[in-house]
Design a protein. Structure first.
Length: 280
């Protein structure tokens, strides 16, 4: 196995609106689109669609949304043998998308919150990827396990939270999360938290990567965005796929920026992710 992804699986309920409602206001939107999502599941699908061997470690409910997510993961070639099924309902993300492609999201975690440390079974992958829509204690345990086993770790610290990063290989956050962690979106300041390298995604501007002795800035291709939902997960999945294939972090990030740029030109999260042949 190249990659194990630990994270959330959510059904995305997406409504397009002309503008987001103010407090106490009602606006009309489009018909609701029900799509597979969740930061963890998205990341797994993005990596698998690029040809990586990926297993997803997460939890869904015994309901129709859970089936939707399992089917989407399997269709992308993701190993779902580590997915836990429980009594709590499958997580749901309520998403509004405005005409400029920007989104606002409220997540009801559901089964994602039921994941426990005992569920963490990493095997022996090249790369572990974790994100934070599952319990922080479970994420911390997985990071510790990866370090003990010599597995390279990529931590997408989103939603942002405080946890030990001293054994993390690569931290990935967006500029807002970087500001929350370090006071400003400066990649080098994130290294003070302990990771060996820090990546800050910058939306349409690409990303910046900090190592102890150097800083790299990688621009993004210019595109006309339709829906930015899941673009950060596309980046993280593509980054992990590159690292698992033996690329260095900068090279992997250059490809990941291209994958994320393609994803925002299509609607939805997982349905928007490109396959490897689209990058040639």
């Amino acid at each position: 196995m190249d990659i194990v992804v630990l994270g959330s699986a959510n059904a995305d309920l997406v409504v397009e609106v002309d503008r987001r409602p103010a407090a106490g206001e009602t606006v009309l939107g489009s018909d609701t689109a029900v799509l597979p999502g969740g930061k963890g599941a998205n990341t797994a699908v993005a990596a698998a669609r690029l040809g990586a061997e990926v297993a997803f470690l997460g939890a869904v409910g015994n309901d129709a949304y859970g089936e939707l997510l399992i089917d989407s993961l399997r269709a992308a070639g993701v190993d779902t043998s580590l997915v836990r099924r429980g009594e709590r309902p499958t997580g749901i993300a309520y998403i509004t998308v405005t005409p400029d492609g920007e989104n606002s999201i409220v997540v009801s975690p559901g089964a994602n919150s039921a994941l426990t440390e005992e569920d963490v079974d990493l095997g022996n992958p090249e790369v572990l990827v974790v994100s934070l829509e599952v319990p922080v204690a479970v994420v911390s345990h997985a990071i510790e396990r990866a370090a003990a086993q010599g597995i390279r770790s990529v931590v997408n610290l989103s939603p942002v939270a405080r946890l030990s990063l001293s054994t993390v290989d690569t931290l990935v956050v967006n500029e807002h999360e970087a500001s929350w962690l370090a006071g400003k979106p400066e990649p080098r300041r994130l290294l003070d938290l302990g990771p060996r390298a820090a990546v800050v995604t910058l939306g349409a501007k690409g990303c910046a990567i900090a190592f102890a002795d150097e800083l790299h800035e990688i621009p993004a291709p210019q595109v006309d965005p339709v829906d930015t939902t899941g673009a950060g997960d596309a980046f993280t999945g593509a980054l992990a796929a590159g690292l698992a294939a033996g690329a260095d972090l900068v090279t992997a990030a250059e490809r990941a920026v291209r994958v994320a740029a393609i994803s925002v030109t299509r609607r939805g999260a997982q349905p928007s992710y490109p396959v490897a042949s689209e990058l040639s």
